[in-house]
Design a protein around this ligand. Structure first.
Ligand code: AMP
Ligand code: MG
Length: 428
């Protein structure tokens, strides 16, 4: 094989009219790209076409010119709109032939599902291009197919995400590992999660700390509404070598980002809060106005949250703030619902009434209406109560309603997380 030592690359072709209409989000392309990078054959090209034979042939031809491995998703079903297999068979000049073993397996599958016999349409699913390797599908009737094409490999997978993933993680991963062996260069990632600091600010802190020799490591800033992840990536190293590089970066960058950093396996700040509360043996309740339960949702999205979360009050109307949380009617009248005193009374009130150590209060103006010159859209008071002591902070958030609510919830979780971990750090 020529180029046998070169790094393997991959290209993805996703097939389906629904992808072009935007009716179905192309999650297969993203999932495959991640999996292939992790395996060591990073994706250099992605193409999407409709269920049209000539389009599929053109895309697979283009993908073959760009990469060593071409993974095609979709169009393997038994109906007339599924034309991928025939199109690829034509392109590669590998006529379809009935695979008796596969046919027997499919017939058995239908019997096991309670059919007396297999619908005739499904018979086409037992036809495979000449020379193809059949990849078992544990979740459906369309198997995966792998075809050697000169020094390259073309793989066809069904579009149903569960089936595609099952085949990839089953027989395909093994096949690719053996087929490309020493040409695979896995990508290792190391992610540092931050929240409460803007991307540009973070870069100002981080850039001067980066080693002058960056080695094989590349750095990415990945912002979203909740914060910024710093992702270090290294390709072509063993896991131990990558870990050693990441440790060098950690030693330099870690200390300067510490005030905004949090640790969470899935990158969710609520995970970090719940873990910190559990470690401190504390429980929390929430009182939410403009976030309408989003803080509670975030906390309870994390498995095991019942250990630290007791409940909450969605105190949208002032009458609820008064009756359920003990917020003073006079303060509401004089200061308004979006005010420091009200946020503080919400946090303290919910903690006291639910009999827990910690409370969160959120009250603000999420917009688009309801802003005034003194209290514009995006003005949000966040209060936290911890062991009877209340702290409050005014946020000035930008963005639409969704962004303001998302950021408010994140900041509320962050405030309590910082307080709980600081207190724990002091040995309180
Ligand atoms: P197919 O194998 O093309 O018949 O696809 C079956 C179903 O899988 C489609 O109706 C979609 O719901 C889903 N699907 C197909 N392609 C994709 C894709 N690229 N990403 C996510 N879902 C997909
Ligand atoms: Mg389809």
């Amino acid at each position: 094989l020529k180029n046998s030592g070169a790094e393997a690359t991959a290209a993805i072709v996703t097939v389906g009219n629904e992808l072009l209409y935007g009716e179905t989000v192309d999650t297969n392309a993203a999932w495959l790209a991640r999996s292939l990078a992790a395996l060591g054959a990073p994706v250099v090209k992605k193409l999407t076409v409709g269920d049209v034979a000539s389009e599929i042939r053109g895309a697979v031809r283009e993908a073959l010119a760009a990469a060593d491995l071409v993974v095609v998703s979709g169009g393997l079903g038994p109906t007339a709109d599924d034309v991928t297999k025939q199109a690829v068979a034509d392109l590669l000049d590998r006529p379809l032939a009935l695979d008796e073993g596969l046919l027997a397996r499919l017939e058995e599958l239908f019997r096991a599902r309670g059919f007396r016999e297999m619908p005739p349409l499904n018979r086409t699913q037992a036809e495979v291009p000449e020379g193809a390797t059949v990849l078992r599908n544990q979740h459906g009737t369309a198997p995966g197919l792998a075809l050697e094409v000169q020094a390259k490999l073309v793989v066809l997978l069904p579009g149903v995400p569960r089936e595609l993933r099952g085949i990839f993680d089953g027989e395909l991963r093994v096949l690719l590992s053996e087929r490309f062996a020493s040409r695979l260069r896995p990508v290792h990632h190391h992610v540092m999660h931050t929240t409460g600091i803007a991307e540009s600010k973070l870069a100002e802190l981080v850039e001067p700390r980066l080693p002058s020799d960056r080695g094989p490591v590349t750095l990415a800033y990945l912002p979203d509404l909740r914060g910024v992840d710093l992702r270090l990536s290294a390709r072509g190293l063993s896991a131990a070598e990558a870990a050693a590089w990441f440790a060098r970066y950690e030693a330099e960058v870690g200390p300067v980002i510490a005030p905004w950093r949090f640790e969470a396996q899935h990158g969710d700040l609520a995970e970090a809060l719940n873990a910190a509360l559990a470690a401190a043996g504390k429980r929390v309740a929430v009182a939410e106005s403009c976030t309408g339960g989003l803080v509670a949702k975030r906390i309870t999205d994390v498995p095991g949250s019942s250990e630290v979360f007791v409940g909450g009050v969605i105190a949208y109307d002032n009458a609820v703030k008064t009756a359920e949380l003990g917020v003073s009617e006079e303060d509401l009248r004089r200061q308004g619902a979006v005010s420091e005193v009200v946020a503080a009374q919400m946090a303290r009130g919910v903690a006291e009434r639910f009999g827990v150590d910690a409370g969160i209060g959120v009250t603000g103006i999420a917009g688009p209406a309801g802003g005034t010159p003194e209290k514009p859209v995006g003005a949000v008071w966040i209060a936290t109560a911890l062991d009877g002591a209340v702290e409050a902070k005014l946020l000035h958030l930008v963005g639409n309603r969704e962004a303001i609510r998302e950021r408010s919830a994140q900041e509320a979780i962050a405030r309590l997380y910082r307080r709980v971990t600081t207190e724990a750090g002091r040995g309180a």
